[in-house]
Design a protein around this ligand. Sequence first.
Ligand code: FES
Length: 89
Amino acid sequence: MSGFIYWRDRKIPFQAGESLAYTLLRETSAGCGTSACGQTYGLFCGIGACQGCLVDVDGRGIVEACLTIPHDGMRVNPVKHTAVSNDDD
Ligand code: FES
């Protein structure tokens, strides 16, 4: 089934058989979002291992976009990433 999803309220098409991560990779310049440091994140491993493609789907929870099949009308938003300090002080 093909159709449309909404990425940050922007309507974008998906094709049957593709993952949500691939849809975002093809249709957006920002991948799955931008970190607090301004770095773009998105599809990396493609198998659910790196967590680089986390997105919020339909306001119900965070999923790996590479393991998620889009459905018509799906609302997808980036996850809010926060900066992490490695200081032990
Ligand atoms: S791309 Fe690595 S978990 Fe999705």
